[in-house]
Design a protein around this ligand. Structure first.
Ligand SMILES: NC(=O)c1ccc[n+]([C@@H]2O[C@H](COP(=O)([O-])OP(=O)(O)OC[C@H]3O[C@@H](n4cnc5c(N)ncnc54)[C@H](OP(=O)(O)O)[C@@H]3O)[C@@H](O)[C@H]2O)c1
Length: 297
């Protein structure tokens, strides 16, 4: 298939692009004028890149040029907590860009879309209760998507991702933090650490996209389907750090309870979403940490 991917330079995108190329798909990517394409390394000559300059017309022309069989929409701005000055960027990346993409798909009769949501749309296991404004913008786009599914021939699978982890993660999330204090010996103040987290190894995440893509192309999807991409074996943060210490043979200088839980800390991840038929995670947390540790050597 010819697939247009947004957010291809991100953590998920970087891994998924490789997987799509391995599967012999023709990969087109939507990037911003300032996006550093060097990030694709040797894969750069195997993908077609299209710069999006921000307007709806430009998006319509871009999708017309690319003529994809399907789009995978990963581009997003993640902010755990926003400041007032972030509002424009959050709406621009998570609502406006997304709406421009589906408008352009509708205008150009492109029918197949994989969209991405977050488990954080379900605080306290509610059908909808956003942990933060980022999660609310994800839900806002789902509402907009509903309109396009009704009026255009769009067929959508929304994958709601939980925590993800794996090599080449430049997002500065938990494992990057642990690597840093392991190397420096610095002390890190953390919350009491009883929150359950449900991380899925990045190759399993990529596999979920491939399974969703195959489901879309078989014509089984009538309008929009939503699936949770979770490990189903959540563990408390403290235990996860203990596994990290075991695998890396280190003892980290962590002050548990040195800082309070965040406002609306997720103590128990969303447990009620549907699972994607034909997909289950294969890599355990321990195996994933082992792979990351080996790749860092
Ligand atoms: N990874 C997770 O644990 C997780 C969990 C739940 C949901 N998700 C969702 O999964 C998707 C991928 O996440 P990720 O972790 O890979 O994200 P990421 O590493 O933060 O990357 C974000 C990507 O979005 C692009 N982007 C942001 N704003 C854009 C805009 N206005 N126009 C064009 N491109 C824009 C960035 O491009 P530049 O290179 O130009 O900055 C980058 O490629 C996102 O939708 C995220 O909300 C991820």
């Amino acid at each position: 298939m010819r697939i247009l991917v947004t957010g291809a330079t991100g953590f998920v995108g970087g891994h998924l692009i490789k997987r799509l190329l391995d599967e012999r798909h023709e990969v087109h990517v939507l990037t911003r004028p300032a996006t550093d394409l060097g990030i694709f390394g040797n894969d750069l000559d195997r993908i077609v890149s299209h710069r999006h300059h921000g307007t709806t017309k430009n998006m319509i022309d871009l999708v017309k040029r690319a003529q994809p069989d399907a789009a995978i929409h990963l581009a997003s701005l993640f902010l755990g907590e926003h400041q007032s000055e972030n509002i424009d960027d959050l709406i621009q990346s998570n609502v406006l860009l997304s709406t421009q993409l589906v408008e352009a798909m509708a205008v150009n009769d492109i029918e197949l879309l994989i969209n991405v949501g977050t488990s954080w749309q379900h605080y306290e296991d509610d059908d909808y209760n956003p942990v933060n404004l980022y999660a609310a913008t994800k839900q806002a786009f789902r509402s907009i998507l509903r309109y396009y599914v009704e009026v255009a021939a769009l067929k959508v699978i929304t994958l709601e991702l939980f925590d993800t982890f794996g090599p080449n993660d430049r997002r500065g999330k938990l494992f990057a933090l642990l690597d840093r204090i392991r190397e420096s010996g610095d002390k890190l103040s953390m919350s009491p650490g009883d929150q359950q987290i449900d991380p899925v190894y990045i190759d399993d995440v990529s596999e979920a996209f491939v399974v969703a893509l195959n489901r879309l192309r078989t014509g089984l999807v009538r309008n929009e389907e939503v699936y949770s991409i979770r490990s189903s074996t959540p563990i408390p943060l403290r235990e996860l750090v203990a596994v990290y210490e075991e695998v890396t043979g280190s003892t980290l200088n962590i002050e548990w309870g040195g800082r309070p839980y965040r406002t609306r800390e997720v103590m128990m991840p969303w447990s009620r979403g549907e699972t994607l038929s034909g997909w289950s995670p294969k890599v355990s947390i321990r195996e994933g940490i082992e792979i990351i540790t080996r790749s860092n050597v």
